[in-house]
Design a protein around this ligand. Structure first.
Ligand SMILES: NC(=O)c1ccc[n+]([C@@H]2O[C@H](COP(=O)([O-])OP(=O)(O)OC[C@H]3O[C@@H](n4cnc5c(N)ncnc54)[C@H](O)[C@@H]3O)[C@@H](O)[C@H]2O)c1
Length: 352
């Protein structure tokens, strides 16, 4: 059997733990090294995972010719510099979402990818869930016809994080747009066939986070004063192919359900659909009847955060394209950046 690809993980916090089962399940890759700016956290992680090559300076991983893949799991604002350094050192890179908090930085990452000839993938795990795969297959077979409109939202009644990596712009680049907007937007654009966004009219505001006594449902903790990002955003987007999208995202709003309300409605010339209900809605113009049908779900044996790592290693070995190409993450960031720009100007933002 060929030598396994050797993986170095940078940022050994919460999300890195969800990748590890994927690297363990992969027949093509294994984790051999880790890096983090917090030495104690790194040491603990190394002991728990049986990984002995540990470095607080990620350059040590980049300089190691035996490391093939860098898995970037740090807060958002470190994704671009770390990924670019890794690509320049000749490593394949899988990087957590958002790839970078601005379109300009995503372009820099694409340029580094082009210069290196290696693969760069955004860890958009929702694409690797069984529900998403079933819906994508149905759409790719043409079941919806031309998709001309989408309605998507990802709303949390009381789901604001409190860590600096999420709520301080200098670490995160933004609030729920950047944190969870990337999930529902990436999935929606992927289902729509990644049309190029052209204009964005949006708002991004903190309606609840700064009210006296504001708290998050997670541990009923107070919202820290340093919260300087939006807690709600909404937008209307036009695409080059004439399609449109309405999107809403929030970490905090007076909604009916606790937890996460994540939904997507797609409207096409042949049918409409709902994700994650996996339903398709059609009409027969000859019989003047309406039909609803449910899609079959093939349950996965592995969690989506792990499956994305398995498929990344597989793509490298097969010489296949990146399972989530950065060009598609650029479209996501163009829309999110457009929301912030439109909020700032009070006008529609045109993506150049
Ligand atoms: N796909 C998902 O569902 C999902 C869920 C949560 C978080 N994320 C993403 O994962 C990333 C990390 O989030 P998390 O929840 O794991 O955060 P976390 O705070 O739990 O972990 C981040 C780790 O990175 C380390 N770190 C910080 N700056 C660093 C640097 N410059 N170099 C090396 N290490 C550094 C921290 O010490 C910490 O151990 C974020 O980009 C976030 O958007 C994705």
């Amino acid at each position: 059997m060929a030598k396994k690809l050797r993986v170095g993980v940078i940022g050994v916090g919460g999300i890195a733990h969800t990748h590890l089962p994927g690297w363990k399940a992969s027949e093509h890759a294994e984790v051999v090294a880790g890096s983090d700016v917090v030495p104690d956290a790194l040491k603990q992680w190394g002991e728990a995972q049986g990984v002995t090559q540990l470095a607080t300076d990620p350059q040590e991983l980049f300089d190691d010719p035996d490391i093939d893949i860098i898995d970037v799991c740090t807060p958002n604002n470190y994704h671009a510099p770390l990924s670019i350094a890794a690509l320049n050192a000749g490593k394949h890179v899988i990087c957590e979402k958002p790839l970078a908090p601005s379109p300009a930085l995503v372009r820099d990452m694409i340029a580094a990818r082009d210069g290196s000839g290696k693969l760069l993938m955004t860890a958009q795990h929702f694409r690797f869930e069984s529900h998403s795969k079933a819906m994508k297959e149905e759409i790719d077979e043409g079941a919806l016809g031309d998709i001309y409109h989408a309605r998507s939202w990802m709303l949390r009644r009381g789901g604001a994080p409190t860590g600096a990596g999420f709520i301080q712009k200098r670490h995160s680049g933004g609030g729920p747009c950047i944190d969870i907007g990337v999930h529902i937007l990436d999935l929606t654009l992927w289902f729509m066939g990644n049309p190029q966004p052209r204009t964005v009219t949006g708002v991004a505001r903190a309606g609840l986070a700064h009210l006296p006594g504001a708290f998050t449902g997670w541990g009923r903790a107070a919202i820290p004063e340093e919260f300087d990002v939006e807690d709600f955003a909404s937008a209307f987007v036009r695409f080059d192919n004439g399609a449109t999208l309405v999107i809403e995202v929030s970490w905090l709003l007076h909604h009916d359900t606790m937890g996460e309300d994540m939904q997507m409605w797609l409207y096409g010339t042949k049918a409409g659909s709902h994700w994650p209900k996996l339903e398709v809605y059609e009409a027969n113009n000859d019989t003047r009847q309406y039909y609803n049908r449910s899609l079959k779900l093939r349950p996965s044996t592995i969690e989506a955060h792990a499956q994305e790592c398995v498929e990344f290693a597989q793509a490298i070995v097969n010489g296949a394209p990146s399972p989530v190409p950065p060009e598609e993450s650029l479209q996501v960031m163009q829309i999110l950046d457009g929301i912030y720009q439109s909020q700032e100007s009070g006008r529609e933002f045109v993506i150049e």
